[in-house]
Design a protein around this ligand. Structure first.
Ligand code: PRP
Ligand code: ZN
Ligand code: MG
Length: 226
């Protein structure tokens, strides 16, 4: 059973696209912190809500393990790791609580510019590079396409030029990365943005009240932004 705690711990990205807006949102909620020297842990001053600065990919697992209570992470990462847990038979341990309105991007299939795109069936028998194997495998299954998934943790967009894949499935924001690699987006698998993720289980200690307050404050801040 998860340890009892009387402070809430929120994981955010240490650096990267979601780091600054995540901190700005929590600051707008009235949170403030005294940063530790190494800046990986920020002790909450205005409220008993601490920050953990981590890699975004680690956030779902930290929630699943009860190391932190909430996290600001891309829906893409949350859905991927939920899909992977389902695939290996683990119970769902985290879920999306709120969409946060920043970090919008799309998980898309992209093919070489030279392809004359006719539709998903064209992927039959092809190799597709991605950092999102669970989401991609599910989509391929839904489309009844038999293709091989090449898992890469980064620099996915270079795979077609290297000859290690025929197409890719990756996040697209401005589209500049695809264009620079002579690829074009053809199908959207997921509309993503930053979300507040938290545990599937209810809190049974002081964190329940803190969590309710945090959600109320986030809702207030999001309302002001509409
Ligand atoms: C994402 C994605 C692409 C890029 C797309 O990577 O993997 O490389 O952004 O953005 P664009 O459409 O605006 O060019 P990101 O830089 O977020 O980091 P990572 O690949 O290192 O995780
Ligand atoms: Zn990442
Ligand atoms: Mg990238």
């Amino acid at each position: 059973a998860p340890a009892t705690r009387d402070r809430l711990r929120i994981a955010i990205q240490k650096s990267g696209r979601l780091a600054e807006p995540a901190r700005a949102l929590l600051t707008a909620c009235g949170l403030s912190w005294r940063e530790s020297r190494d800046k990986l842990f920020c002790y909450g001053e205005s409220l008993p809500i601490d920050l953990l600065l981590v890699r975004d990919d680690d956030i779902p697992g930290l929630i699943a393990d009860g190391v932190c209570d909430f996290g600001v992470v891309g829906r893409n990462e949350l859905d991927e790791q939920a899909g992977e847990r389902a695939r290996i038979g683990l119970p769902q341990a985290f879920r999306e609580f709120r969409a946060l309105g920043f970090g919008q991007c799309r998980l898309m299939l992209a093919v070489p510019d030279s392809w004359d795109w006719q539709g998903p069936q064209q992927l039959q028998g092809q190799r597709i590079a991605t950092s999102y194997p669970a989401i991609l495998a599910q989509w391929l299954q839904d489309q009844a396409i038999d293709a091989s998934v090449v898992e890469l943790s980064g620099s996915v967009e270079i795979a077609p030029r290297l000859g290690t894949a025929d197409a890719i499935c990756d996040l697209v924001s401005s589209g500049a990365t695809l264009a620079a690699n002579q690829l074009k987006p053809v199908e959207t698998l997921l509309d993503s943005e930053a979300v507040l993720a938290g545990p599937s289980r209810e809190f049974e200690d002081e964190r329940a009240g803190l969590a309710a307050m945090l959600l109320r404050r986030i809702d207030g801040v999001l309302k002001l932004k509409d």
